[in-house]
Design a protein around this ligand. Structure first.
Ligand code: NAI
Length: 302
C-alpha cells in the first residue's frame, strides 16, 4: 500500500515560510521528501520592511538535513513576482503539487479607529495574496490532474475577534474562496481546504500570556497541515487546530420555517424567530445551487 504521508516526488510552495508556522510546515514536508519553495518577504508583523534572509535561512536548515528547497522572496501581493515564483518552482522541480497560502500580517485596531489603508493592506496580503498565488498554480495543477491547496483562515475569520475587522474579513474571504475553488477543482483532483490555527508565534506573542503561548506550541499545527497536503486530504473543509486539539468547523443552516404567500411580513419573522434560529436538525449546505435545489424541492412538497 502507498504511504500517503510520504511526499517524495512532490513539490510544495509555502508562502510566509521564513518563520513561524510556515517554517515548520516547510521543514516537515521536506523531511517527508517534498521539494519545497520557501517563500517569505521577510518583513515585520505589520507588513513593513523586507529581507531575503528569512527564506534563505530556512532553505539552509532544510539542505543541512539532506532536503531539497529553494528560497523565494516574492511579496505575495506582487502578481509578476508570484508568477515568477511559480515559474521558478516548475523550472527547478518540474511540477507543483502543494500550495500553502500562509503569508500574513496584522494591523489590529477597533473599527472606529481603523484607517482604510490598514484595512486594504491586510486584505491585500491575506486574501488577494492567496488569490494571486492560487491563480498562478491553478492551471499547473489542472494540467497535472492533481493539487492540494491550503488556505490559512483563523478563528477570527470564522467567529470574529474584537479589533480584527480587516483581518477577520480577509480570513473569512479565504474560506469563501475555498468553497468555490473546491467545486471548480474537484474534477481535476485539486482539493482545497482551510487550516484555522491558534499558535504561539511572533504574531501572537504580544497578545497572549506565557502560559497560553506554551500550550499553543506551533508544532501542534503541522500534523493537521501535512494531512491537508496529502493524497488523503478531504476537500472544502475547515480544520481547526490548537494545542493538540483538532476539530472541524462547518457552516450549518437551520430547518427554519416556510411562510405562505401573504404571511411574509417582518412581524411574522419576529414572531417565528425561535423556530427560524432553532438548531435542531441544522445541516451544512454543500453549495449555493444545492441550497436552491433544496428549496425548490421543499416548495414542491408543500
Ligand atoms: P508569522 O508572522 O511568523 O508568519 C507570517 C509570515 O508571512 C512571516 O514570515 C512574514 O514575513 C510573511 N509575510 C508577510 N507578508 C508577506 C508577503 N506580502 N509576502 C510574503 N510573505 C509575507 O506568523 P504565523 O503565526 O506563523 O502566521 C502564519 C499564518 O497563520 C498567517 O496567515 C496568520 O494570519 C495565520 N494565523 C496564525 C495564528 C496564530 O495563532 N499564530 C492564528 C490564526 C491564523
Amino acid at each position: 500500500t502507498q504511504d500517503t504521508m510520504n511526499f517524495a516526488g512532490q513539490v510544495a510552495i509555502i508562502t510566509g515560510a521564513g518563520g513561524g508556522l510556515g517554517r515548520l510546515y516547510a521543514l516537515e514536508l521536506a523531511a517527508r521528501g517534498a521539494a519545497v519553495v520557501v517563500n517569505d518577504l521577510g518583513g515585520s508583523v505589520d507588513g513593513s520592511g523586507s529581507s531575503a534572509t528569512a527564506a534563505e535561512t530556512v532553505v539552509e536548515e532544510i539542505k543541512a538535513t539532506g532536503g531539497r528547497a529553494i528560497a523565494n522572496a516574492a511579496d505575495v501581493t506582487d502578481e509578476a513576482a508570484v508568477n515568477a515564483m511559480v515559474a521558478e518552482a516548475v523550472e527547478a522541480f518540474g511540477r507543483v503539487d502543494i500550495l500553502i497560502n500562509n503569508a500574513g500580517i496584522l494591523r489590529d485596531k477597533s473599527f472606529a479607529k481603523m484607517e482604510m489603508a490598514n484595512w486594504n493592506k491586510v486584505v491585500d496580503v491575506h486574501l488577494n495574496g492567496a488569490a494571486l498565488c492560487t491563480k498562478a498554480v491553478w492551471n499547473v495543477m489542472k494540467e497535472q490532474g492533481y493539487g492540494r491547496i491550503i488556505m490559512t483562515t483563523s478563528p477570527s475569520g470564522i467567529y470574529g475577534n474584537f479589533g480584527q475587522a480587516n483581518y477577520g474579513a480577509a480570513k473569512a474571504g479565504l474560506w469563501g474562496m475555498m468553497n468555490t475553488l473546491g467545486l471548480e477543482g474537484a474534477k481535476s483532483n485539486i482539493h482545497v481546504n482551510c487550516i484555522a490555527p491558534s499558535a504561539g508565534t511572533r504574531m501572537t506573542e504580544t497578545i497572549m500570556d506565557a502560559g497560553t503561548l506554551k500550550m499553543l506550541a506551533p508544532e501542534n499545527i503541522t500534523p493537521a497541515v501535512v494531512f491537508l497536503c496529502s493524497q488523503a486530504a478531504p476537500t472544502r473543509k475547515v480544520l481547526v487546530a490548537a494545542a493538540g486539539t483538532y476539530t472541524l468547523a462547518e457552516m450549518v443552516e437551520t430547518q427554519g420555517i416556510h411562510l405562505a404567500e401573504g404571511d411574509r411580513t417582518p412581524e411574522a419573522i419576529a414572531a417565528n424567530w425561535g423556530r427560524i434560529s432553532d438548531r435542531t436538525d441544522a445541516e451544512p449546505v454543500n453549495s449555493a445551487m444545492e441550497g436552491v435545489a433544496k428549496l425548490v424541492k421543499a416548495m414542491a412538497n408543500a
